[in-house]
Design a protein around this ligand. Structure first.
Ligand SMILES: Cc1cc2nc3c(=O)[nH]c(=O)nc-3n(C[C@H](O)[C@H](O)[C@H](O)COP(=O)(O)O)c2cc1C
Length: 165
């Protein structure tokens, strides 16, 4: 998985989703970014928050990586709040930073979800699939991790991504 970054969006930097991300990092050597380390505020129609950490973070991600994978726990049947706020801010790339937003086109996009249940409903993936389509980012796939011991979950996902690289 060359040029891949995992963006971790969990309320715990050392929780279950983080552990899945660390395992992916161990296996593949990919980088990860923890959204808890950044000050990213809710989407603002007036863009008065454009000086927070979102735009510098995205400039770095877009410059340095070809594949972007987001990792989220399942919170109330959907993605975490911290990841949703990050997604909302992607709207900045369609409004005040269009040149940057255009550079997302062609980059791969994938998803890791995490909770103790063995799977999520197919609807869980819907916002991710639709968002990647809207942004022109080929969908690399998704994986639901419910056990760090189940290596097949990780290796299957990695193979799926590598096949599309
Ligand atoms: C606010 C909140 C909402 C949750 N909602 C769900 C849920 O809808 N379905 C589920 O299976 N687990 C749910 N869980 C359990 C978490 O998905 C599970 O504990 C996960 O492994 C936590 O990952 P984390 O350590 O990265 O936060 C929820 C946990 C929290 C804190």
């Amino acid at each position: 998985m060359k040029d891949t970054v995992i963006i971790l969006g969990s309320s715990r930097s050392d929780g279950d989703t983080a552990k899945a991300v660390f395992k992916m990092q161990d296996i593949t050597g990919c980088d990860y970014i923890d959204l808890n380390d950044y000050d990213i505020s809710y989407y603002d129609y007036e863009h008065e928050n454009k000086i927070d950490d979102f735009l510098p973070l995205m400039k770095r991600v877009i410059q340095d990586y070809q594949n972007i994978i987001v990792a989220t726990p399942v919170y109330w049947y959907t993605m975490s709040g911290i990841l949703k706020v990050f997604f909302d801010r992607v709207s900045d790339l369609l409004t005040i930073e269009k040149d940057l937003g255009r550079q997302l086109r062609g980059k791969g996009f994938g998803v890791i979800s995490c909770c103790i249940n063995s799977g999520v409903d197919k609807e869980f993936w819907h916002p991710f699939e639709k968002t990647s389509g809207y942004l022109g980012m080929p969908y690399l796939g998704n994986v639901h991790i419910n056990s760090l011991e189940n290596d097949a979950l990780f290796t299957g996902f990695i193979k799926e991504i590598e096949a599309k690289e």
